[in-house]
Design a protein around this ligand. Structure first.
Ligand SMILES: CC(C)(COP(=O)(O)OP(=O)(O)OC[C@H]1O[C@@H](n2cnc3c(N)ncnc32)[C@H](O)[C@@H]1OP(=O)(O)O)[C@@H](O)C(=O)NCCC(=O)NCCS
Length: 239
């Protein structure tokens, strides 16, 4: 699944169709309804004209998944489009999208940590890490209809292969910590922790942060604790 340096708008990798997982898509998501069975997945890096032509679709995809537990992030299409355009213009910004036929079904975003929000960068600095040497994945989002087929982990692997060989010693991402008895936690919710460990990520308990937003249905912003997963690229070479 190695992709090397990804051409903008070019095909990064093709993943063969995989059978649906036994637990299936979440029931509370209309986007899970698909007439055709999932087919082969194609992953592209979106930038420039390729991103401009897909910006609205990408914003809709992100809002659908980020609105779910554990994010519960209401967001807006206008903000998403601004955020994604800004990310695409950052040196080192990365947007990957996965397609089933012509439909975008998953996406991943990332940027050098030194270009990220203070709330994401500062916890690493306080823990003695150099943010210039870390690449940070913002979100990996997969539509419920396409979960459990390896698309999420493939996007992380493809992103890693894109940055490997450059100035980064490690890749990282943050996970929102929600209580196990959170009222909006679906009964079927499974944390992807085992999959992140299989990919070589480790939880770094000494790096702790928080991001604030107003959960969908709430009136006020609240701080969501974050925990961070980090993978050393040096250790993973040849692994
Ligand atoms: C987390 C997510 C990106 C994983 O993408 P994916 O394509 O389903 O991932 P993979 O098939 O590569 O499997 C990775 C893990 O995701 C989880 N997962 C897979 N299918 C799932 C499903 N239908 N429902 C819930 N979790 C699922 C599992 O824990 C799986 O690990 P396992 O193989 O040990 O069971 C995707 O499920 C998603 O977008 N979820 C909503 C947002 C979220 O929960 N994010 C986690 C916060 S860090």
């Amino acid at each position: 699944m190695s992709a090397g340096v990804l051409p903008e708008g070019g095909v990064a990798a093709a993943l063969p169709a995989r059978p649906a997982p036994p637990y299936g898509p979440r029931l509370n998501d209309d986007t899970a309804v698909d007439d055709a069975p999932p087919g082969d997945i194609r992953v592209e890096r979106l930038a420039g004209a390729a991103l401009a032509g897909r910006l609205e679709e990408l914003a809709v995809l992100r809002l659908a998944v980020l609105g779910e537990f554990p994010y519960l992030y209401p967001g807006s299409a206008a903000y998403e489009e601004r955020y994604l355009s800004g990310l695409a213009s950052l040196p080192g910004g990365l947007i990957l999208a996965a397609f089933d036929r012509h439909r975008m079904v998953a996406a991943a975003t990332g940027a050098p940590l030194d270009q990220e929000l203070d709330a994401l960068r500062d916890p690493f600095i306080h823990a003695g890490r150099d943010p210039r040497s870390i690449f940070y994945f913002g979100e990996v989002v997969v539509l419920p209809s396409h979960r459990g087929r390896g698309v999420g982990t493939a996007l992380l692997e493809i992103g890693e292969s894109h940055i490997r060989g450059g100035r980064f010693a490690a890749v990282a991402f943050g996970e929102i910590v929600r209580s196990t008895d959170h009222p909006r936690r679906p009964k079927s919710y499974r944390t992807p922790d085992a999959a992140w460990r299989r990919l070589g990520y480790r939880l770094e308990p000494e790096i702790g942060g928080a991001l604030s937003w107003c959960d969908a249905c709430d009136r006020e912003e609240t701080a969501k604790p974050l925990r961070f997963w980090v993978k050393s690229l040096a250790a993973s070479i040849g692994a």
